[in-house]
Write a protein that binds this ligand. Structure first.
Ligand code: SAH
Ligand code: SF4
Length: 376
């Protein structure tokens, strides 16, 4: 089987090429070719010895996911549909703004978390994406946006807010993060890479220990009763445990003795930001009452945080509607009056269904959904 070099971070790539009898520093050159110059053909990597390139081509390739469709919205938002094989596909979205370009990447084909207001959650889970399929999204976007060969990269920020629960795929997400942060590849700062989670408590600790980046937590409800319903994983990791995990995430991470020197490089004293971003989708008549806002202030009291209020993005048969602008303002003002920073996320890419929670891709469900399992 051909190895896919998109799956490899610097440490693993160094291992691979030293096994092939090459000098370790060649791994850095390879990373540059693949990720900075968007090369998928060894023949173009002219500063590597021909014999080495031939040996490499015998065992490995640069194999990005196949591009199935590309759409551009009237506001400049772009969406790519990438094949995940077997009739499955995932979506990746680029959101250009004045001072940054944000790429919203997927981490799984579908999602098992079954949040009731999320289109991906309705589809169930097929499988985890590989590190190469996660990085392949960034690789494609940079290439499609014409950013390869230029120093100023089109993608300045990455958010794991596409399809899937990234913290249930850390074995692939962590090496992908390494490459995103690596100066020989994308060189993004830890503050500009955000992992978003529905609240998988033990894996928040693992992320903090192994590769702390900015963290967003999808809250959506201020009490366990309502959150059990909207975000079913709350039945396993209720709010009290989730808030404690958020506080731990912000504490300085101890460098574990067992970690290899290479692993230690990715650990750092503490999270790259001193706050958690709480996401809160506003659902008309469900979680948008002033009482919910007041409860939210109380439940998050001990966690340095900012709120990102997201007007619900509809999809067929969702059963929910978006909160009225007045309700959104009132909600934000209550948080503001309590001294909290709350922003309302502007909806982008409406005309190509590229907004949060609308990503549908193509998912053949294989795993039963969490809701079905936990309600029995
Ligand atoms: N699984 C992770 C990351 C992907 S979802 C998580 O849940 O955090 C990214 C964000 O989009 C989450 O905050 C999610 O709750 C939100 N979202 C899901 N469906 C939505 C919808 N229909 N409208 C608006 N936001 C939605
Ligand atoms: Fe999964 Fe996130 Fe959607 Fe919930 S909101 S179903 S965790 S992708």
């Amino acid at each position: 089987m051909t190895l896919n070099l998109l799956d490899y971070d610097l440490e693993r790539l160094t291992g691979l090429i030293t096994d092939l009898g090459e000098k370790p520093f060649r791994a850095r050159q390879l990373l540059k070719w693949i990720h900075q110059y968007g090369a998928d053909d060894f023949a173009s990597m002219t500063d590597l010895a021909k014999a080495f390139r031939e040996r490499l081509a015998g065992v490995a390739g640069v194999l990005p996911p196949e591009l199935l469709r590309h759409s551009v919205a009237s506001d400049g938002t772009q969406k790519w549909l990438l094949s995940a094989g077997g009739g499955n596909a995932v979506e990746v979205v680029f959101i250009p703004e004045q001072e940054r370009g944000t790429l919203c990447v997927s981490s799984q084909v579908g999602c098992a978390m079954a949040c009731t207001f999320c289109s991906t959650g309705r589809q169930g889970l097929n499988r985890n994406l590989t590190a190469g399929e996660i990085l392949g999204q960034l690789w494609w976007a940079n290439k499609a946006l014409g950013a390869v060969h230029k120093r100023d990269r089109a993608v300045s920020n990455v958010v794991f807010m596409g399809m899937g629960e990234p913290l249930l795929n850390l074995d692939n997400v962590i090496p992908a993060l390494h490459v995103m942060l690596d100066d020989h590849a994308y060189g993004l700062s830890r503050r500009r890479v955000t992992v978003s989670t529905s609240g998988i408590v033990p894996n928040m600790d693992r992320l903090r220990e192994e590769c702390p980046v900015a963290l967003a937590v999808s809250l959506h409800a201020p009490n366990d009763g309502l959150r059990d319903e909207l975000v079913p994983v709350n039945r396993k990791y209720p709010l009290r445990e989730l808030m404690a995990a958020c506080r731990r995430y912000l504490e300085a991470a101890e460098s574990t003795d067992s970690a290899s020197p290479a692993a230690r490089k990715w650990q750092r004293a503490g999270a790259p930001r001193d706050f958690i971003t709480f996401e809160y989708v506003l659902l008309d008549g469900v979680n948008d009452h002033p009482r919910h806002a007041r409860e939210l202030v109380a439940v998050t009291e001990d966690v340095p945080c900012k709120f990102n209020l997201i007007p619900f993005n509809p999809f067929p048969h969702s059963g929910y509607t978006r909160s009225a602008p007045d309700a959104v303002r009132r909600f934000r003002d209550i948080l503001g009056q309590a001294g909290r920073i709350a922003t309302v996320r502007r909806t982008r890419g409406d005309d190509i269904d590229a907004a949060c929670g609308q990503l549908a891709g193509r998912v053949r469900e294989r795993t039963r959904r969490l809701a079905a399992e936990t309600t029995r």
